[in-house]
Design a protein. Structure first.
Length: 527
């Protein structure tokens, strides 16, 4: 008993520990404002600029403890960068010259499997300060510009870029968010000359509308990370236009509201005003993250656990301070364990109480910031439950032996569980959510306004399967349907249409479900 108690205390201690920032291998060259992503497990940086405000025309990926350089076709400082459904990355536009001057045309695609870039033509117009959104049908929507006229344009594979429609207001670095299966919204806190933008929201399809909340709150910073917390639901960092306080916008479809939090993001530290960077969402932990800088160079990491919001509560904010003179950067990448990586950056100094980055003096350091003290969502309840059962097992054994009765389920829970299962099956089957390669249990939980633990438990208890096995079962059955009805389709086409992320995943899961590989199954079925 004493040993088990010590184990329990150790688990609790590890779960509640925190550590300081860790310095990763320095960049081979100083770099500021690159786009940062984790692709195929590799921290990858695209573009940006180096010392003297000179444009970088290189990508870098971290592998084996060192950085590897990949030449790019064009520079993309202040350009757009978006992840395509097939795992490749599209980059386009940006400043035409050093010092952030002008706009450029060029677009290219990065293949992380081969670490190569392929030119993809030019846009309908020269752009800097643009954003892009990959649409479900393979097209890419682009909007935004800097010191030049804005408009929406569309990329179609095999056809290139073409003008789509004018925008109601000119924007710089807009947010472009999918609001429905066939629609998207476009808005920004800044116009194309760096002034404040109004609350007009443009649509991919349909007329624009006015959102009063955007007149009061400025959508902040560069949309450089995943903001999705559920189906067509997002979190966006914002700053109040008058008071300067910080908040978070919650956007569901075309509905805007303020996210309720238990504490506010701090506007000041002992050293002066905070400037917060962009938000990044980690759906597996039901949390969003952002980094703030103060005039002394200290960093504050804010973690916003939004899980309670789905049950009518307030999001829980945890703050972790990292003292030191860190570089100022408007980009970071999030590792799978929730660690935030700050690559490069620039020196900075307060001017009239406002932090200003020095684009002419860039930095090589790469810093990793652990996500801070765990919130309730990260408390190791599964381990505590297991250990608790071990502690209680002898008593439970004698209790059951003495009463001669087995534990019974609460009958009131059964109808609720069945109803939730019916809803689960409905949205998966009717909306064919299994076709989404990155579908997670957290996405389903958000749709059903519950939490991932309950969804997983319901699936396990009523179907005997894990969430991943359940979804892969749907995918395999859909693949079988395609193979019967469309024998001309290739294996790759069938795997992609069925929601598998790769051919290998398709083969593995198909054999797990049917006991045969796809070719053998097809021969037996058509024989």
């Amino acid at each position: 008993m004493r040993h088990l108690t010590l184990i329990l205390l150790t688990v609790f201690s590890v779960a509640c520990s925190r550590s300081g920032a860790e310095r990763l291998p320095d960049l081979p060259e100083p770099l500021s404002t690159p786009y940062a992503m984790v692709i195929n497990g590799e921290l990858t940086l695209f573009g940006g600029h180096t010392d003297g405000f000179v444009l970088s025309q290189s990508a870098w990926y971290l592998k084996g403890g060192s950085w590897h350089k990949v030449p790019m076709k064009y520079p993309h400082d202040h350009g757009f960068c978006t992840l395509l459904p097939d795992g490749r990355v599209m980059l386009g536009g940006g400043s035409a010259e050093a010092f952030g001057i002008g706009q450029s045309w060029g677009v290219e695609i990065y293949d992380p499997a081969t670490h190569t870039f392929t030119a993809e033509g030019i846009m309908d117009r020269k752009r800097a300060g643009a954003s892009a959104l990959a649409l479900p049908d393979g097209r890419v929507l682009v909007s935004g510009n800097w010191y030049a006229p804005d408009a929406m344009e569309i990329y179609e594979p095999g056809k290139g870029f073409s003008f789509l429609k004018d925008v109601t207001v000119q924007r710089n670095i807009p947010y472009i968010l999918a609001s429905a299966p066939d629609n998207a919204i476009v808005f920004s806190g800044l116009d194309n000359y760096g002034g404040p933008s109004d609350g007009t929201v443009d649509r991919l399809k349909g007329d624009p509308f006015h959102e009063p909340l955007l007149d009061e709150w400025e959508a902040w910073s560069t949309p450089r990370a995943d903001l999705n917390i559920g189906e067509y639901a997002y979190l966006v960092l914002a700053r109040h236009r008058e008071s300067g306080e910080w908040g978070i916008l919650r956007i569901t479809g075309e509905q805007f509201s303020l996210l309720e939090t238990d504490i506010a993001l701090p506007a000041r530290s002992d050293a002066g005003n905070y400037i917060w960077g962009h938000l990044a969402v980690d759906r597996s932990r039901r949390s969003a993250y952002t980094l703030g800088y103060d005039p002394a160079g200290n960093v504050c990491l804010a973690r916003i656990c939004y899980d309670p919001v789905f049950d009518g509560g307030k999001a829980e904010v945890a703050l972790t301070e990292f003292p030191g003179h860190f570089p100022m950067a408007d980009t970071f990448a999030m590792l799978p364990d929730g660690t935030l990586v700050l690559p490069g950056g620039c020196d900075f100094s307060p001017v009239d109480g406002i932090l200003t980055g020095n684009n002419f003096k860039t930095r090589r350091e790469v810093w990793a910031f652990p996500s801070g003290a765990p919130l309730k969502a990260d408390f190791p309840w599964p381990w505590v439950l297991v250990i608790g059962l071990m502690l209680l097992a002898p008593g439970a054994f004698f209790l059951r032996k003495g009463t001669g009765s087995a534990p019974t389920a609460n009958a009131e829970d059964i109808p609720a569980s069945l109803q939730l299962t019916e809803q689960l099956e409905k949205i998966i089957e009717e909306e064919e959510l299994f076709k989404q390669p990155d579908l997670r249990v957290t996405d389903i939980a958000a749709r059903l306004a519950t939490n991932r633990t309950y969804i997983s438990a319901i699936i396990k208890s009523l179907s005997g399967e894990s969430f991943s096995n359940l979804i892969n079962g749907y995918r395999v059955r859909y693949a079988q349907k395609l193979m019967k009805e469309h024998p001309e389709m290739s294996v790759t086409q069938i795997a992609t249409e069925s929601g598998f992320s790769s051919r290998s995943a398709f083969y593995r899961n198909f054999k797990n479900v049917t006991g045969l590989n796809p070719a053998d199954w097809k021969r037996q079925t058509t024989a």
